[in-house]
Write a new protein. Sequence first.
Length: 129
Amino acid sequence: MTTLSLSRTNSANLPQALRTAQAARHVPEVQEMQRRLSEYQLGIFMPHTHDAESGDFQPLPDDIVQVESGLQVSFRSSQEIASQTGRFLPVGWAWPAGAPTLVAACEMDEPPKPGSAGRYVKHKMIRAN
C-alpha cells in the first residue's frame, strides 16, 4: 500500500476548531490513537462542512451529517438520517457531547425484496439516463 501524506502548512484561514484538528495530527498521542484504530480498519478525519457562498471550511454542526450518495457529498439533518436507519450506512463518528455521534454516512441503494428482512445492500450510484 502507498502511504500518502499531504502537508499543508498554512491552515491560518481555517476556523480555530479546524486549526486545532489539523495541528492535532502531529501530536504523538493522536498518532498512537490512529495506529491503534488502524488495527480495526478505522481512521481519523476532520468533520467539517463548507459555507455555501464562499466554500470556506466550517466545523460540522452537531445536527448535520455529511452524506455520500451517488458519488456526491451533501449535508443533511441528523434527524432525516436517523429516521431512515436502514437506508444509510454509518461511516464516521465523533464524540461532541460525551457520546458517539454519527457525523458521516453513505446512502445505500437496492432495498431488500418484499418479504425480506435484509437491508439496503449497495452504495447508491449515479444512474445513467
